[in-house]
Design a protein around this ligand. Structure first.
Ligand SMILES: [Zn+2]
Ligand SMILES: [Zn+2]
Length: 224
C-alpha cells in the first residue's frame, strides 16, 4: 500500500497492523507530520496566524480600525509551501484522498466547538468552480471528519477565484454569499473555510450573520 501523499510504500514503514484501519488511508510516518501545526505556537488572537508573540497582527489591527465587528479565527496549520501544494492537489486536481492527512486534526479541533454548542457552517464554493467540475471541497472536509454541519449560505459571486487574485483585488471583493431562503439560524455559529488569506471572504460571510443579530460567531480555517 502506498502513502496518500508521497506514494511511497508504507508497509515496511508502519508495520502490517496499521494497514487495516477502517475509515483510514495509509500515510507514511514522514507525511503524518507534513504540516506546521499552530496548536502549540504563539498566534495572533484575531486571525490565528503564526506570530513571535501572541498579539494582534498588522492585518487584524487594520481590520479592527475599519470594522468593530470582528469575530476571531482559529487555524490548524501554517499556510506554507507544503500547504499550497496540498490545496493544489486537493481542491484543483480533485485528489480527495489527501484529505485523510488532515481529517483527524479537523475532527479533534471542531469537536471542542460542538461541545460548546456551536453549529458548524461551512462556506460554499462558487457556481463558477462547480461548472469547472470542482467539488464542494470545504463541506467534504467535514463529511470526511464526520462532523455534523449546516449549510446556511448560497454562493452568488462570480468571476475569478480568490486564489487567482491579488491582495488588492481580494480586499475589493463584494459580498459573494446570501443566506438561504427561510433558513433558521442557530444562535452560536462557527464558520468553517479552508484558507484564511486576507480574511475578506470569511468575514463577509460573518457580516450576514451580524445583520441578523447573531452575536456568537467564531471563525475556523484549516490554514492561515
Ligand atoms: Zn508519505
Ligand atoms: Zn491577525
Amino acid at each position: 500500500m502506498r502513502c496518500v501523499w508521497c506514494r511511497n510504500d508504507v508497509a515496511a514503514d508502519l508495520g502490517i497492523s496499521s494497514l487495516f484501519l477502517w475509515n483510514s488511508r495509509p500515510i507514511c510516518r514522514q507525511c503524518q507530520q507534513l504540516f506546521h501545526s499552530l496548536e502549540k505556537e504563539l498566534t495572533c488572537p484575531g486571525c490565528g496566524r503564526l506570530m513571535e508573540e501572541a498579539t494582534l497582527c498588522y492585518d487584524c489591527i487594520r481590520w479592527k480600525e475599519v470594522d468593530s465587528y470582528f469575530p476571531v479565527n482559529q487555524a490548524l496549520y501554517v499556510y506554507d509551501e507544503q500547504a499550497k501544494e496540498f490545496m493544489e492537489r486537493y481542491k484543483f486536481e480533485g485528489d480527495c484522498a489527501v484529505a485523510f492527512l488532515i481529517k483527524e486534526d479537523i475532527k479533534r479541533a471542531l469537536k471542542k466547538y460542538l461541545k460548546q454548542g456551536y453549529t458548524i457552517c461551512p462556506l460554499p464554493i462558487s457556481k463558477h468552480s462547480i461548472e469547472k467540475r470542482e467539488f464542494e471541497s470545504v463541506e467534504y472536509l467535514l463529511e470526511l471528519s464526520k462532523i455534523p454541519y449546516l449549510q446556511i449560505f448560497d454562493h452568488i459571486g462570480k468571476g475569478k477565484k480568490q486564489s487567482e487574485k491579488t491582495r488588492a483585488e481580494r480586499m475589493k471583493l463584494q459580498q459573494p454569499f446570501v443566506l438561504k431562503d427561510e433558513i433558521q439560524l442557530p444562535y452560536k455559529i462557527l464558520l468553517f473555510d479552508d484558507i484564511y488569506t486576507t480574511g475578506k471572504t470569511i468575514r463577509l460571510a460573518a457580516k450576514l450573520l451580524q445583520e441578523k443579530g447573531i452575536e456568537n460567531v467564531k471563525l475556523f480555517t484549516v490554514f492561515r
